[in-house]
Design a protein around this ligand. Sequence first.
Ligand code: ATP
Length: 894
Amino acid sequence: MAAQQVALDSGLSATEAASRRERYGPNRLPDVEHRGAIMRFLLQFHNLLIYVLIGAAVLAAAIGNLIDAAVIVAVVVLNAIVGFIQEGRAERALEAIRGMIDPHAAVIRDGQRVDVAAEDIVPGDLVLLEPGTRVPADLRLARARNLRIDEAALTGESLPVDKAIRPVPQETVLADRTSMAFSGTFVANGTATGIAVATGPESELGRISALVGTVEKLTTPLIRRMDQFARLLTVFILAACAAVFLFAVYVRDYPWQEASWSSGLPSRPPRGLPAVMTIALAVGVQRMADRNAIIRRLPAVETLGSVSVICSDKTGTLTRNEMTVRSVVTPEGVLDVSGVGYRPQGGFTDNGAPVQPGSNTALTEAARAAILCNDAELQHSDDDWSAHGDPMEGALVCFGMKAGFDPALLRKQLPRTDEIPFDTEHRFMATLHHGHEDGSAIAYIKGAPEQILSMCDRQLDQDQIAPLDAEDWHEKTAFTARHGQRMLALAMKRLPKGTQDLSVSDVSQGAVLIGLVGFIDPPREEVLSAIGECRTAGIDVKMITGDHAATATAIARELALAPEPQTLTGDQLDDIDDTDLPDIVRTMTVFARTTPAHKLRLVRALQIDQDVTAMTGDGVNDAPALKQADVGVAMGRKGTDAAKEAAEIVLADDNFASIVAAIREGRTVYDNIRKVIAWTLPTNGGEGATLIGAIAFGLTLPMTAIQILWINMVTAVALGLTLAFEPTEPGTMTRPPRKATESLLSGTLLWRICFVSILFAIGAFGIFFYAIERGQSVDMARTMVVNTLVVMEIAYLFSVRFVYSGSLTWRGMLGTPAVLIGVGITVLAQFAFTYLPALQSIFATEPVAWQDGLLIVGIGAALLILVELEKSIFGFFARRRTAAPKTAASETAA
Ligand code: ATP
């Protein structure tokens, strides 16, 4: 018993924890089994088209065409290798992100509260639980206060369960073991301390983990749709092949071997398309992580690109969450507080005249309450002061020290026996202390001024206690808040001798108001430009905060959230019914004194108007709103585990600017996916159109089957893939958000596919007949066709890189490293294909004269110019279309 008592005070020692970690292993579930590399490689062959190609290779070998058979096999294997590498890259991207949100837990070791990786918890550790914490191991509760735990992950029970320390009989079923907190569940409210009794695979979650462990795949609805589309296209193309084959043999009298080849492979169905799209997604996820936005659910990458409203918290997200007490408001007047940061140096002035802390009772009492009703500590190292705990509480400790108190000494003199923790619903915190000379207990209370005023009936007036002048205080609060200061009220209440526990009813009335303190929390500098970016990108930014309306409005004005920000408070929101809400919400910029429940209503109201909403949150009660939002954004630093679990994105730096950066990347990913499609489909279509055209008119085929395979292998790998790495296009954040319902294969894109396919066919046929007319051999003509097609694909690649602007610029021509490497590889491959004797004998090619080479390059350049011309004509009409309604609207408004 004694040993346990010691452990309950001081926890394990660091050395004991280390040796237990050796003995029991890390506190994590065994890794989900990954598919082995060989299996992953073999699975690359499990694909309808590959089966068809293997069939074709067998057929080729059977009719004695061994070279063709070998080329097809080489292509199939190369295809598998590329697929394998692409998939590996995607999996690595996922792994890297998973590692970024390593859960942590608070434990007591050597008598100190320390933050450790959840993995390092060992049996016997004393673990602290707070609202929103994910329970890191199975714990036997030793101390619990109003503890309720959401055990849905374990038992499926959707309502949180009350927990206490009372033992339960041994045979009690899991769901009723109220004296235990189980690994993987979330603290809904209350606080507790528990002793870890089972960790890792030994925990209840570990025992069922075999049932829950699944491998996450790098995919999104968009990619799944594209995958289905690619499959459908494969089936369609195979059916078309059969039709072309029959037509070729029976109508055009082609020998069946040749017909089977050419009709069987008119165009490589865009099988690689979903794979390249996946790479584009993986690249986007990585870039977002570099910008501090960690993607937890992949579809968010896509949704981010269409976000039209961001609902952001204020403290820490729009502001720096570096608080400093600037003013103390007492019945006699307002004292200014000097000093910067957490350094406890500075003084007090009243209208410029210095005030000695000891001479002002209200100031002294305020400082005492500020230190006692507080969980933060200030740390001093290397001439630098930092706050451990809530920054606002850190600022209060600093204020108390400026008033002459030594926090450690004060906390020893008036020890705390109980507390009511702060929660966003009630907006106050209270602590119970003993040690006053008369032996009475005293509660110190701090919280939002309206809340504290409703609990007080008297106020400290000089050295006396006078009746409360609530109206005057409300005015004082509003006045100071209008300068953007965050206001907090401090109060105290004497309680009967011997009171050991504190409950809400003990302090809900009859308290004495000491005064108000005002904090400054400067806006983050980078947020100003991020908000400007949102404005040009057509994204509305709304602030949803628990703070006072006047403070929030002042900060909104400072950040230029709107020219004249309109503010609605939580109470006003309650009076509006659901049908009127969407219209009102649209016109408002700031929502103040809100609770998490309001956030949920606001998201729903915005979604009625089809707005794609990103919502930030950190508390356990924010989880429903984060889940409801199209993109839930949790704070990585101050966010609870519950909020992170519910969110799609976790911000490593809690910074609003990172959300905007993620949106920019989201738009880029979507653009890149569109570019991949816009490039792949017409290039395949162009090859197909060339062959089908030849068969339809009974002409000599301008390419052989293995030459087509060559083009596809070289260009799809070396060229198509480069588009996945495209950087953000200029002007990406000056467009309005994409409609969530917008189809990927828009009318413009379909038109572009047809237009470019036809240009490809014209180019290929043109060069073919030009060569034949000049009396060159069919092999030479075909070599020129293959080179022309590849050059046109390169030219079109440069055009596709810019969807919204012209490509014929320096910047456009210089390309990116990925593009230049891709083009370099392709050019080398084409030279080898054309001039290397070994490849000449395989592919039946002939060396092209340099004049013809120039002609081929000229055709590529002509294609680029034509596509650019088409793009600018289209762009001109599109701009006129979007500009017309705006002009009409502004005229009406005028
Ligand atoms: P945001 O929602 O913008 O991040 P916030 O931090 O202002 O904002 P809450 O945390 O809900 O919102 O706080 C609401 C109010 O409750 C604050 O304005 C303050 O008056 C009071 N408050 C905040 N933290 C504490 C605390 N630790 N103890 C007592 N009162 C607090």
